[in-house]
Design a protein around this ligand. Structure first.
Ligand SMILES: [Zn+2]
Length: 323
């Protein structure tokens, strides 16, 4: 297979489906999608900040001039998929998200991500390192106008688009967006390509089940939440990563190792060189929490500190980070 075209911007995927890609797909560099029907269109996700979302909305104009936006679907609640919502809400667009995602789209969450860039110390340094390019101040959290649970069918100018809730997996309210007549899927962050997935919510079993559901769908083109346009081979590969982590973490739990010892000894094999490999810290913690619900769930900032340490950003803080 030839290397995918992973240039930033609008990609025509055929049959009225498009992707807006943002290399390199690492922290905050998310993808969006656009599905057109007769005289209207549906946008899948906004971006991490307002300038990037504005740039995207301008870049989509060759399509949206003839097919104005009628609907926005947020695949989940993470800021890199919802922070630009206010720019879309100011148009006459209905915003849809799963009920579980909607609960987490709050001003508090949006502001917390902006604040972490201003912290002193290792965590602030790491946040400035990964979130440096993004303008995270002054964003107004904008949730959906309508929510759904389970499955929802949306009519986009005479064309059926299916929303399928598969979370909790990556986050509590993950949904995927299926365009049956184009055999195409927007997977949101249920699929990371070229980087390491992170199970903020889990259980990982549910994420694996979501990937199995995708593998069973009649689709040939899959747009991941991060990374180049892909297909089922990339879904299978990410499934293999999750199974590897889950199997090894379970084994170490049964052997009596604590979380940090498990993280230190897991052998990722061909996945060891994946970008953002430090996300292993959260993935192992997630498996341990399923096996022992009394293990505390640290907030994301604590987890970010562990990820930074694991990636060698600040090795000294790793042993003292609490789990
Ligand atoms: Zn994302």
């Amino acid at each position: 297979m030839s290397a995918p075209d992973y240039r930033k911007g609008l990609h025509d995927l055929g049959q009225g489906c498009h992707a807006w890609l943002q290399p390199d797909g690492s922290w905050g560099w998310s993808n969006a999608g656009l599905i057109t029907g007769s005289g209207t269109s549906l946008l899948v996700d906004t971006l991490f900040d307002l300038p990037l979302t504005r740039e995207m909305l301008d870049g989509l104009r060759p399509v949206t001039d003839a097919h104005p936006l009628g609907t926005l679907v947020n695949t989940h609640s993470d800021p890199d998929h919802i922070n630009g919502n206010e720019l879309v809400a100011s148009r006459d667009v209905e915003i849809l998200a799963s009920a579980a995602a909607a609960e987490l789209i709050t001003q508090e969450t949006v502001d917390a991500v902006a604040l972490v860039k201003k912290l002193d110390g290792t965590l602030g340094d790491f946040a400035r390192h990964i979130f440096g390019p993004f303008a995270l101040d002054g964003i107004t959290a904008t949730g959906p106008d309508r929510t759904f649970t389970g499955e929802e069918s949306v009519d986009v100018g005479g064309r059926e688009v299916r929303l399928i809730q598969v979370g909790p997996a990556h986050t509590p309210g993950d949904a995927i967006v299926h365009v049956p007549d184009a055999r195409l899927l927007y997977a949101g962050d249920i699929l990371f390509v070229g980087g390491t997935p992170i199970a903020w919510a889990g259980p990982i079993d549910r994420w694996i089940a979501a990937l199995d559901l995708i593998l069973d769908l009649d689709v040939t083109v899959i747009v991941p939440g991060h990374g180049p346009v892909s297909g089922k081979a990339e879904v299978s590969l990410m499934r293999e990563y999750l199974v590897t982590v889950q199997t090894q973490a379970r084994q170490r739990y049964e052997d009596g190792l604590d979380v940090d010892a498990a993280i230190d000894t897991i052998e990722l094999g061909k996945f060891a060189e994946l970008p953002e490999h430090g996300r292993l810290a959260q993935n192992v913690l997630n498996v341990y929490q399923q096996l022992d619900p009394t293990i505390p769930r640290p907030d994301r900032l604590t987890v970010l500190t562990k990820i930074a340490a694991l990636e060698g950003f600040a090795p000294d803080t790793f042993s003292t980070a609490t789990s």
